[in-house]
Write a protein that binds this ligand. Structure first.
Ligand SMILES: Cc1ncc(C[n+]2csc(CCOP(=O)(O)OP(=O)(O)O)c2C)c(N)n1
Length: 816
């Protein structure tokens, strides 16, 4: 039994554990006023002691964590914080490096943007601590992501790139090497070796980053997951993800919320991420009161039961201790944790920006504020001068070396698993055969339709598996679902891992996949694709959270670090991919040109006008074609199950690593015209263009892509005459010009060539293919399409049918 006094004391301590962070001394400039709280309005020795712990330079939010063991863990550490040793000489050295680097660049490249870290230079000792402690706990690699602020500082002082490379960036050496491509210096990725306090090395991967704030977060996590998967059992121990955020961006960008939500999902967990909010209490010109509705930028992180350590960025010892706790929490519980590093921004948003116009009072104060290393040296009684002189001499030499660099430095080294792969322009020599013998297909089929004897299968699924057996043995034509399963299965059996994620992807939105069988008695799962052969490769298919940007970003990152895997992200309906437009624009389409980084990511985008309304109709072919240039990606629409099989296999069997935008069917999944005989899978390759062998003497040739071709063929059967030829363009980009020319050239009697699409005139492939067809056929190319519209389709199913009928009638109509 507690006596009254100790009960009272416990209540006081509990109040500080709960609310102490509201009165912590967090803002170096004192603008962030402590928030009164009635439970903290207490005096006495117990209150003083609790106040010193919970309202000092660290304010921790952790009482929202439901697990008492985790709360206890934090409590114990906070309450013995002073005992945590800090290597002050090391901290001082890191602060000197951080401050002197910025000062040197500032004085030597006046008026050049660098997005200085000054005001938050404690980030460098903080990262130093996290990575050093991480190394103690087993980290051998770390995946770091951050935006512009302080990036160059981190590249030198944490990633350990030679400073000469940064100077070469400021000198802008070798501009010709990046004509039309490349990226600004504060976005480019870097790899290097960090030397931990224990003397061991941690390999650092700083992820290339677009300007779009926080978009890199899921990419970094996908990369970490891929690295962890490659390592296997100890992957989560050995690969540590650290995400750095801006305060305004963390609070404002939706992708942060999407990314946090991945933390504990089985397909996406990375065993805990350490988040650092590099919080300067300003976003460009915007004050926190206009940037986030809560008190802290970090409030969003409370969507997860994880600790948030707010720390005063000017108490470097406290910063280091907060970093240690966050890191150890990650390792102890496999959980995310957050350090909210609160400082200020010494200059304008960039160094060419004058902040005194928008925050005059703040910047009067900042003007005379000493550098952090000076404050720290004074507080801890160490002489900074030897550190300053040593580092200054290093920088002087580096500047000289940087100026004389003939080539733009490449700040990263790709891991060896990238060696067999390449990007660049398409080369037909990269083609490989993707067909399989009937025998092999039978064997894979056996595995695909099998399940344990005691497994209680759903009758509908049982029927489907029976049909699949017939398909795999050539007794009935294959549909898309079976073609896909055979593609995945054959790759896995051949040692190539397969990873697919998207909303409801395990069953498939259109009831087409059934990759995971669910026992109807106990809901146990059985994945036939994982039981095909003893030494087969991994097959992972996940239902994702209901988000697009973070999930696609994650898969992009995964594909970046696992080029041997077939990695796919699937949209529920193709148009939902626009929720991930940033990932598409900034990573998928542009990654190779900006950063010389390749990916073989596949986007599966269900597409086709089926009367389901303005949404759910279009995968927005036009948008991908507009982004296509310099052979940066492939845009394809396989019209048959067999073509889909070859396309998936081609994607990973070739050594050419390019994103594949693949428009997939919905109703056409089982459309008789889209089914394939097993023999189609035995054919050597994917066909970029499918000629119409049945109508070689046609006078009219219709060229189209996807489902409309099948509808045209069905309707053509009803004609009395032979009707036009219907040629299917299966790969839109890279545009197979020679093949199109050769196929069209076979129609010797044709005097009319029409592009037919079901999309409105301002959408679909029309404006992309027209100039290319004109190059082949001359100016007379005409087209049949819906009238230009602001939405892809009508909301009325009947109106859709009318429109579709008109389209088809016009296309099949008599030649003029
Ligand atoms: C998605 C997006 N919107 C707008 C911008 C333009 N922008 C660049 S930095 C910045 C302010 C960021 O503030 P904060 O997140 O606090 O980071 P800080 O620059 O203060 O370190 C803005 C609005 C951007 N880069 N990305």
């Amino acid at each position: 039994m507690m006596n009254v006094d100790s009960e009272k004391q416990e209540r006081v301590i509990d109040a500080f554990r709960r609310w102490g962070y509201l009165q912590a001394n967090l803002d170096p400039l004192g603008h962030f006023a402590p928030l009164p709280h009635p439970e903290l309005d207490v005096t006495g020795d117990t209150a003083d002691a609790a106040r010193r712990i919970y309202s000092g330079s660290i304010g921790v939010e952790f009482m929202h964590i439901p697990d008492p063991e985790r709360r206890q863990w934090i409590q114990e550490r906070m309450e013995s914080l002073d005992e945590l040793p800090v290597d002050r000489s090391r901290v001082l050295d890191r602060l000197v490096r951080a401050d002197v680097f910025e000062q040197t660049i500032h004085s030597r490249y006046i008026g050049t943007k660098r997005y200085s870290l000054e005001g938050n230079t404690a980030l460098i000792p903080l990262l130093d601590e996290i990575l050093s402690s991480g190394s103690d706990d087993g980290a051998e690699q770390a995946v770091l992501a951050m935006s512009h602020r302080g990036r160059l500082n981190v590249i030198i002082n944490i990633v350990s790139r030679p400073a000469a490379e940064i100077f070469a960036g400021f000198e802008d050496v070798d501009p010709r090497s990046v004509l039309g491509g490349g990226d600004v210096k504060y976005h480019i990725g870097a790899t290097g070796m960090f030397t931990a306090a224990n003397g061991r090395q941690v390999r650092i991967h700083l992820v290339s980053n677009p300007s779009h704030l926080e978009a890199v977060d899921p990419v970094a996590l996908g990369r970490a997951r891929a690295k962890q998967t490659r390592i296997g059992r100890d992957g989560k121990l050995k690969v540590l993800p650290v995400l750095m955020h801006g305060d305004a961006a963390f609070a404002g960008q939706g992708i942060t919320a999407e990314t946090l939500n991945l933390a504990n999902l089985r397909g996406y967990t990375v065993g805990g991420t350490v988040h650092i909010i590099v919080n300067n209490l300003i976003g460009f010109t915007t004050n926190p009161t206009d940037a986030y509705s809560g008190r802290f930028s970090s409030d969003l992180a409370k969507r997860l039961p994880i600790p948030i350590f707010h720390v005063n960025g000017e108490d470097a010892d406290a910063v280091v201790r907060a970093g240690r706790m966050a890191l150890e929490y990650r390792y102890e519980f496999g959980s995310d944790s957050v350090v909210d590093l609160i400082g200020f921004r010494r200059h304008g948003h960039s160094e060419v920006d004058d902040p005194t116009i928008t925050q005059p009072i703040l910047y009067r104060k900042i003007k005379d504020h000493p550098l952090l290393y000076q404050i720290y040296a004074k507080n801890v009684g160490l002489d900074p001068q030897p550190h300053v002189e040593k580092f200054q001499a290093e920088l002087d030499a580096a500047q000289k070396a940087g100026k004389s660099m003939a080539k733009k430095p490449v700040m990263r080294q790709l891991p060896s698993y990238w060696a067999p792969f390449h990007g660049g322009p398409y080369n037909p020599a990269d083609e490989v055969d993707t067909g399989l013998s009937a025998e092999k297909l039978h064997t894979i089929t056996d595995g695909l339709v099998k399940y344990p004897e005691d497994f209680h299968i759903h009758p509908k699924v049982q029927k489907l598996l029976e049909q699949r057996r017939e398909m795999g043995y050539g007794k009935r034509p294959l549909d898309f679902g079976m073609a896909e399963a055979l593609a995945f299965g054959s790759l896995a059996v051949g040692g190539i891992p397969v990873r697919l994620s998207g909303q409801d992807s395990r069953r498939g939105t259109f009831n087409q996949r059934h990759s995971v069988l669910i026992d109807i008695v106990d809901e146990k799962e059985y994945v036939p694709l994982c039981h095909l052969a003893a030494n087969q490769a991994r097959v992972e298919i996940y239902n994702s959270e209901l988000a697009e940007a973070a999930v696609m970003g994650f898969e992009y990152g995964y594909a970046r670090d696992y080029p041997e895997t077939l990695v796919m992200w699937e949209a529920q309906f193709g148009d939902f991919a626009n929720g991930a437009q940033i990932i598409i624009d900034q990573f998928v389409a542009a990654g190779e040109d900006k950063w010389d980084l390749l990916t073989g990511l596949v986007l599966l985008l269900p597409h086709g006008h089926e009367g389901q309304g303005p949404e759910h109709s279009s995968g927005r072919i036009e948008r991908y074609l507009q982004l296509s240039a310099r052979d940066n990606m492939q845009v394809c629409q396989p019209s048959t199950a067999g073509q889909y099989f070859h396309l998936l296999r081609r994607q990973v069997l070739r050594k050419w690593r390019k994103p594949l935008i693949c428009f997939t069917p919905k109703s056409m999944l089982r459309h008789p015209e889209a089914l394939s005989p097993l023999a189609e899978l035995e054919q050597p390759r994917f066909l970029n263009v499918i000629p119409d062998e049945s109508a070689l003497d046609a006078s009219r040739v219709l060229l189209c892509t996807g489902k409309i071709g099948h509808e045209l063929r069905m309707e053509r059967k009803k004609l009395t005459g032979s009707g036009p030829a219907i040629v299917s363009l299966e790969q839109m980009y890279p545009f197979p010009e020679d093949e199109v020319r050769a196929v069209l050239g076979r129609y010797k009697n044709a005097h009319e060539f029409l592009w037919v699409q079901e999309e409105p005139a301002n959408m679909g492939a029309l404006s992309f293919v027209t100039p290319r067809l004109k190059r082949i056929l001359g100016p007379k190319v005409r087209s049949i399409k819906r009238a230009a519209n602001s939405t892809p389709a009508t909301g009325s199913a009947k109106a859709h049918e009318l429109e579709q009928k008109t389209l088809i009638t016009l296309a099949l109509g008599k030649p003029e």
